[in-house]
Ligand binder design. Structure first.
Ligand code: 8X3
Length: 245
């Protein structure tokens, strides 16, 4: 691994994570990409001249092995996360809730906690956490996801105060509908149901979010973009869309 400025991107095998890795590499960062699907990661790392490392943010040992071999971290992008299911609280699937809390909340905590000393040591660290508009409000049938995203966001926002005086910036990006594998995962591979989420709207795409991360990462050290909320023009809030039929 090089001694260049290094960015670590979690959940980097597809979607926002992969697009962000490409953007940061184009800005001159050595990018370490982590995810469970190593085959996809290796292709991406070869394309951008980065480093692919297997990572399961829900697994302590995996996080320890991942973080131990990264000598330097200037930018951390907490992107790993996601939703499972869409059910009223009265019918909540506890395993789905556990998965969402483990991935979004505990995953962000594990990685951030482990890499914090290196981010501080860099002298100009940046933590970008990809939350969601689901971190800003509630919607029916979405409590497993909205509650996890709120908790992840509060973890991130709390660090903003706790790290005051340290050379680390913190940016939360809260996207609305971005057409990625997000809905395919939420609906356990049901492609038709996933496609319906974006039907009749012009959703954001992964590179829209990656460009924002690139903008944030290229600001001078004294500029902290605290929170960026980004939605398609066709979306006013979670679940409220202008759909053309
Ligand atoms: C997902 C945001 O608006 O697609 O994080 O539910 S939305």
């Amino acid at each position: 691994m090089t001694t260049n400025r290094t960015a670590v991107v979690t959940g980097a095998s597809s979607g926002i994570g992969a697009a962000t890795a490409r953007t940061l590499a184009a800005q001159g960062f050595h990018v370490v990409v982590g995810a469970r699907r190593v085959d996809r990661l290796e292709e991406l790392a070869a394309e951008i001249g980065g480093t692919a490392l297997q990572l399961d943010v829900t697994d302590e040992d995996s996080v320890a092995a991942f973080t131990a071999v990264i000598p330097r971290v200037d930018v951390l992008v907490n992107n790993a996360g996601g939703a499972k299911g869409l059910a009223p609280v009265a019918e909540a699937d506890l395993d789905d809730w556990r998965w969402m809390w483990e991935t979004n909340v505990m995953g962000t905590l594990r990685i951030t906690k482990a890499l914090l000393p290196k981010l501080i040591e860099s002298g100009d660290g940046l933590i970008v956490t990809i939350t969601s508009v689901a971190a800003l409000g509630s919607y029916d049938n979405g409590a497993g996801y909205t509650s996890a995203k709120h908790a992840q966001a509060l973890l991130h926002r709390t660090l903003r105060g706790e790290l005051l005086g340290q050379p680390v910036r913190l940016t939360e990006i809260a996207p609305g509908a971005v057409e990625t594998e997000f809905s395919l995962v939420r609906f356990e591979g049901d492609a038709e149901r996933a496609a319906a989420v974006y039907k009749g709207i012009d959703p954001l795409v992964a590179s829209d979010i990656a460009e924002i991360v690139g903008f944030v990462a290229s600001r001078p050290p004294h500029v902290n973009l605290d929170q960026i909320v980004v939605k398609p023009r066709d979306q006013a809030e979670s679940g409220r869309f202008n759909r053309r039929t």
